[in-house]
Design a protein around this ligand. Structure first.
Ligand SMILES: *Cc1c(COP(=O)(O)O)cnc(C)c1O
Length: 466
């Protein structure tokens, strides 16, 4: 097989600032061992997120110039709406400034005390918006999805048996929505099969529960269906995406992911009364329904991005390049989530740092080690992000302790990726020297963004000096 080349040429470049290991040790300490608190100028390869970090195409930049900034009825809005409708088939399209703004509107209307939202895995902002409304989020990930080292084609699937059980337990009338996250970001960027989407829809429909899609990475999911699911190899990614959305009653989307935009998002749905309520809230919090917190130029960039992302050559390169890094790490014995996900490589920190207990946040400790070794910034998706406390303030850990290295779209080349592999392997070979962390300061919600930590003292004194 020939090398998979980037399906683009580079017209404009951004410099990377280099720094030394000694400088990075100090920078990390000053950032309280939280990569979110490091200045991005101090990062060599930034894999914190694939959100809003895409390189836009020359065509999107041209669209930026064409953006019409009329308050009401801008042609940019209608191009945006057509692009969303072409893929989703949903009549009501509501722009928002990013995915969580769409979520906030939706869950303010449908949420509240005593309500339950079921998902394969809710993304952190989705869960936070659900809980903020007073409702509860329930993740029902399939069994395969819970074992990072065991490969399976569709580890993002929702557990259908568990779905039926939870509906029976909680009562369909208390479940305003079921949300399928494609691909499953918090569960390793793993795809959901068309069969699973169809089955979830069937169970939901039988119980009168609407099914929504969290569509941030719909194109990557569509491509996985094309290459992994029987009966889809001859279909285009667009046809597959259209079929996925055909089963859904609505969707939320962050355009900062698969739409290659630096900002933006939307809500789309089939139920006109719900759309009306959403628009009423939109006007209060985001803006008029034809711009929803975005500039006309952003709407243009999204409209063009939604077409570009379904290009098969792009998706082939995208999925292959994540797989390339994953396979390099597997060959070196590094524990990673298998198979490769759609937008990120996930290191299994529990396996990687077996000497660090979960209440010392092995994932967070690993992000620090990667930064010091090579200036690579990743993010913990484990007990710092999802952990809770019991009544004695003991940690209730997350299901998995992962470190996500999200690859921005169209930004880094193969040599950057080779460098990242070298850094990870070097850290792996010296892993016994990495210490656990303890939290010194934290917020009540989404604590991982701002938490401050410090290394755990390895040896506690046996008795206090009097
Ligand atoms: C990023 C993301 C969101 C939230 O979108 P923002 O634009 O960051 O607010 C919601 N769901 C999933 C699966 C995501 O990846």
């Amino acid at each position: 097989m020939k090398t998979i080349i980037e399906p683009f040429k580079i017209k404009s470049v951004e410099p990377i600032n280099f720094n030394t290991r000694e400088q990075r040790v100090k920078i990390l300490e000053e950032a309280c061992y939280n990569p979110f608190l490091i200045h991005s100028d101090d990062v060599l390869i930034d894999l914190l997120t694939d959100s809003g970090t895409s390189a836009m195409s020359s065509n999107q930049w041209a669209g930026i110039m064409k953006g019409d900034e009329s308050y009401a009825g801008s042609p940019s809005f209608f191009r945006f709406k057509d692009a969303v409708q072409d893929i989703t088939g949903m009549p009501d399209v509501i722009p928002a400034h990013q995915g969580r703004a769409a979520e906030k509107i939706l869950f303010s209307i449908l949420g509240g005390k005593g309500k339950y939202f079921i998902s394969n895995t809710l993304f952190d902002t989705t869960r936070a918006n659900i809980e903020f409304s007073g409702a509860e989020g329930i993740d029902l990930l399939c069994e395969e999805g819970k074992h990072p080292s065991i490969p399976a084609p569709f580890k993002g699937n929702l557990d259908i048996v568990a779905l039926k059980k939870v509906i029976a337990e909680k009562g369909a009338e208390n479940i305003p929505l079921c949300i399928i996250t494609i691909t499953n970001n918090s569960g390793g960027g793993q795809p959901v099969s068309m069969q699973n989407i169809r089955e979830v829809k069937k169970v939901c429909a039988a119980n009168n529960i609407p099914m929504f899609i969290d569509a941030c990475r719909f194109a990557e999911n569509a491509y996985f269906i094309k290459i992994r699911e029987y009966g889809y190899s001859d279909k285009t990614p667009k046809e597959i995406a259209q079929e996925m959305f055909s089963y859904a009653d609505g969707c939320t989307m962050s355009a900062k992911k698969d739409a290659f935009a630096n900002i933006g998002g939307f809500l789309a749905m089939r139920e006109p009364m719900l759309a009306l309520k959403c628009r009423n809230l939109l006007v209060i919090t985001e803006g008029f329904p034809t711009y929803g917190g975005l500039a006309g130029r952003d709407l243009e960039a999204i409209a063009i991005g939604l077409v570009e992302v379904l290009d098969e050559n792009y998706l082939h390169y995208r999925i292959r390049s994540i797989e390339y890094l994953t396979n390099k790490l597997i060959a070196a014995g590094v524990p990673v989530m298998q198979p490769a996900g759609g937008h990120a490589v996930y290191l299994d920190a529990k396996e990687f740092l077996q000497h660090i207990p979960v209440d010392q946040y092995p994932g967070q400790a690993l992000t620090g080690a990667l930064y010091i070794e090579g200036g690579v910034r990743g993010v913990e998706i484990g007990s710092l992000m999802f952990g809770k406390y019991d009544e004695h303030k003991n940690l209730i850990p997350a299901q998995m302790e992962l470190v996500r290295l999200a690859i921005p779209r169209r930004v880094y080349t193969q040599s950057h990726i080779d460098y990242v592999a070298e850094v990870i392997i070097e850290v792996f070979n010296n892993r016994s020297k990495i210490a656990g962390l303890e939290i010194t300061e934290e917020a009540e919600m989404l604590r991982h963004f701002t938490a401050k930590l410090q290394p755990v003292k390895l040896t506690k004194p046996a008795f206090a000096i009097l």
